[in-house]
Design a protein around this ligand. Structure first.
Ligand SMILES: Cc1ncc(COP(=O)(O)O)c(C=O)c1O
Length: 411
């Protein structure tokens, strides 16, 4: 069976080769930012990826652009559109690229995230998380006042009434969608209750119902395409029936949003489904590589891993072990472990705050202190949140330095 280790040994992300040691400058975050004169982050210095101080968050621009093109072409064939989730990249420059390549908007998970994206010039924003506290209700409606393209999710009547009152105070009619649950994490259960909530919202003077969202987080990483497809379509049946009932009742169902990277090629089978909230397809990660593709391959290859972290070896003094400078704060504790590109005989654990430890059963060379490695991250979203900026790489050179606009915006 093709394993992820086999995948790592053969398929490169940015580059499948380890760095050949030479004295390097080790350009810091601040130095690299100083090299970018223009607002779009373009740098003309031609710094090699391997000359960045580590840990450095790197993005293979060719691979990312191919991922976007693959997604857009597939969704076009399926007759749906993308409204990518910006919780994955938190980066305004990437959101602008998604919008310029055909996405109809972005999604945000946190209000502070949405505020940061709006401040960076992004307007079509769907807030997929409800904002039930009084402060957040006020802030969400303040954002709506500034940004007519802001849409808020809601999943209970008191919150809907509060939103309507705050919208009235802000002198706006605010667009909302009902979050209809798939699973038990968030949202109102599909069925009569959801229909009743939709009807109430329709009567509230300062809210405009735009439809519903139904995101199934659990199914995205279901291994095996056939099992994933069957589970996703079964789980959303009740939501599709709720949408149908809303439509029959004369309610607006123009938006029926959800899905992710694991179900991008499944959700168009759901009647009325309008848009995919895909996030990880841009970057990929070890979690997604494991889910398997429609082609029956155990490795999910629809999208290429474009996001990596470079790391430096700090210690090689213990037999069969290497210590690196990328631990939990660079890679998080998510499983599966980071994958070392080009070195299938290495098992990387990011268990210490500032150190990674590698058990080496085999290696392509003898590693010295100062040598660098490149790893595919366990789970892209939380890793991105650990960095101030992302280096866009082409042909191993830094082409752009993009700030992670909504880094740490978790409220
Ligand atoms: C509500 C919602 N929509 C979409 C996504 C994107 O999913 P993926 O990264 O699997 O494409 C997420 C990710 O957690 C999410 O929470």
């Amino acid at each position: 069976m093709p394993t992820r280790r086999a995948f790592l040994s053969t398929a490169g992300a940015a580059s499948a080769f380890v760095w050949l040691p030479k004295p390097v400058k080790g350009y810091s975050t601040a130095e690299m930012r100083a090299f970018t004169a223009s607002a779009d982050g373009v740098t003309t210095r031609g710094v090699s990826k391997w000359d960045l101080d580590t840990p450095a968050l790197c993005l293979d621009l060719d691979a990312m652009e191919r991922n976007v093109a693959t997604m857009q072409a597939a969704l076009k064939r399926f007759g749906v559109v993308s409204r990518p989730h910006a919780k994955t990249h938190k980066c305004a420059a990437i959101a602008k690229y998604q919008l310029s390549t055909g996405s109809i908007g972005i999604c945000c998970a946190k209000l502070t995230e949405a505020e940061a994206f709006y401040a960076a010039g992004i307007e079509p924003i769907l807030m997929t998380t409800s904002n039930p506290s009084p402060q957040k209700v006020r802030r969400a409606m303040a954002l709506r006042k500034k940004n007519p393209q802001f849409i808020q999710a809601v999943d209970e009547e008191p919150n809907a009434r509060d939103l309507s009152a705050a919208a009235k105070e802000a002198d706006v009619v605010a667009d909302v969608v009902i979050d209809v649950a798939v699973g038990t994490r968030s949202g109102i259960p599909a069925g009569e209750g959801a229909l009743a909530l939709a009807k109430v919202i329709d009567t509230l003077p300062n809210l405009k119902l735009r439809g519903l969202l139904s995101y199934d987080g659990g199914v995205q990483h279901q291994k095996g395409f056939a099992a994933r497809k069957a589970r996703a379509l079964q789980a959303i049946e009740a939501n599709a029936a709720t949408r149908e009932a809303m439509k029959k009742a004369g309610l607006n169902v123009e938006i029926f949003s959800g899905g992710g990277t694991g179900t991008y090629n499944i959700m168009h089978h759901v009647p009325g489904f309008s848009d995919l909230q895909v996030g990880s397809y841009l970057f990929m990660d070890m979690q997604y590589l494991e889910i398997g593709g429609e082609d029956g391959n155990a490795v999910y290859k629809d999208f290429a891993p474009s996001l990596t972290v470079t790391t430096t070896i700090m210690n090689n003094r213990f037999p069969g072990l290497l210590t690196t400078d990328a631990g939990t704060k660079a890679l998080t504790l998510n499983k599966p472990n980071p994958g070392v590109i080009g070195e299938p005989g290495m098992d990387y654990t990011a268990g210490s705050d500032e150190f990674g430890t590698i058990k080496v059963t085999s290696a392509s060379k003898s590693y010295k202190i100062g040598d660098k490695l490149e790893v595919i991250v366990p789970h892209c979203d939380p890793v991105v949140n650990e960095y101030d900026q992302i280096y866009g790489i082409r042909n191993d050179r830094v082409e752009v330095v993009w700030p992670i606009t909504a880094r740490g915006k978790s409220q």
